[in-house]
Design a protein around this ligand. Structure first.
Ligand code: SAM
Length: 261
C-alpha cells in the first residue's frame, strides 16, 4: 500500500517536473550538468558497486536497534543484511550524485546522518579523499558492518560515530566547527528533519550543500521538505523526488526546481 502511494506520487512528480533546460541560473545548470546528469565512471564507483553486490548476497541476520521512523518494508528487529542493502541503502543512481558533489566541489567537511551499512558513506568518502567525513549511526550491529565495509574499500578519511542523533549531532557539529556538505538520511520524521536542518545551518557556510533523502517518504517528510524550502536561509531547492538538494548561497535568487531525472 505504502509502495503504491509512493508510485502515485512519483507519477504526479514526473508530470510536473521539468528538464534541466528549464534552469536559467548558470550555477544551478552547471551543478545539474556536473553532478546530476554526469555519466561519471571510475574505479571508485566500480568498487562500491562490487561491495553492494556482496551485501545483496549476504544472508547473515542481525539484531537492529532503530531510533528513527523505521522501515516501511520490514520493521522487525531482526533483519537480514541483504534486505538492509536492498531497502535502506541509496541506489547507485543517487550514490553517484553524492560522489559527484564531493568530486567536483571538494567540500572539506562532510557530515552524514544515517550510515546504515556504509554504502552512501563510501560514495561521499571516495568522492573526495581529502575531505573530513563523519557519519552518525545509532544501531551498534549495523555500524560494525559499516566499519568493516569502509575498511574493505580502504577508506581512511571517515569517522563513524555511534549513538542516537539526539546525543551525537550537536557534539559532532561542535567538533567539526563548520560543514560544507550534509546528507540527512535517518529518522524520517517531520520535526526531527526540520530540527536537523536548523541545527546544521548554525555550522553551515555559504557554499554548503544539504541533501535530504526520501522527501516523499511520508506526509510528514513532504511537510518537512516544504518547510525547509520556505526557510529564510534557503535560496534554491532541487527536487529529484527520491532526494532533495538545498543551496543557501546568498548570491542565488530564490528558486525551486523539480527536475526529471
Ligand atoms: C536509510 S538508513 C541510511 C542508509 C545509508 N545512508 C545508505 O544510503 O547507505 C537510516 C539509518 O539511520 C539510522 N537512524 C535512524 N534514526 C536514527 C537516530 N535518531 N539516531 C541514530 N541513528 C538513526 C538507522 O539505524 C538506519 O541505519
Amino acid at each position: 500500500m505504502k509502495k503504491l502511494k509512493i508510485l502515485v506520487k512519483y507519477l504526479h512528480f514526473i508530470l510536473s517536473a521539468k528538464t534541466k533546460h528549464a534552469v536559467h541560473s548558470p550555477f544551478i545548470y552547471n551543478f545539474l550538468q556536473k553532478v546530476v546528469f554526469s555519466k561519471t565512471n571510475s574505479t571508485d564507483l566500480n568498487e562500491i558497486k562490487l561491495l553492494r553486490k556482496k551485501l545483496l548476497n549476504d544472508n547473515r541476520e542481525i539484531l537492529i536497534k532503530d531510533f528513527g521512523a523505521g522501515s516501511h518494508v520490514n520493521p522487525s528487529k531482526k533483519r537480514i543484511i541483504k534486505d538492509i542493502a536492498k531497502n535502506s541503502s541509496k541506489t547507485e543512481k543517487y550514490g553517484k550524485i553524492l560522489y559527484n558533489i564531493m568530486k567536483y566541489y571538494k567540500p572539506k567537511k562532510a557530515l552524514e546522518l544515517g550510515t546504515s551499512l556504509g554504502i552512501s558513506t563510501c560514495y561521499i568518502a571516495k568522492g573526495y579523499d581529502k575531505a573530513e567525513v563523519i557519519s552518525l549511526e545509532g544501531c551498534p550491529n549495523t555500524i560494525k558492518i559499516a566499519k568493516n565495509n569502509l575498511g574493505k574499500l580502504n577508506i581512511q578519511n571517515t569517522k563513524l560515530v555511534e549513538g542516537n542523533f539526539n546525543n551525537t549531532l550537536n557534539h559532532t557539529l561542535k567538533e567539526m566547527k563548520s560543514i560544507n556538505f550534509i546528507f540527512i538520511d535517518g529518522n524520517h520524521q517531520k520535526q526531527a528533519t526540520i530540527n536537523y536542518y536548523e541545527e546544521c545551518l548554525k555550522y553551515a557556510e555559504n557554499n554548503t550543500f544539504f541533501i535530504f533523502d526520501d522527501i516523499y517518504w511520508s506526509s510528514g517528510m513532504e511537510k518537512a521538505w516544504e518547510h525547509i524550502k520556505k526557510h529564510n536561509k534557503t535560496r534554491v531547492s532541487i527536487d529529484l523526488f527520491f532526494i532533495g538538494i538545498i543551496f543557501i548561497k546568498k548570491e542565488l535568487s530564490n528558486e525551486h526546481f523539480k527536475i526529471r531525472f
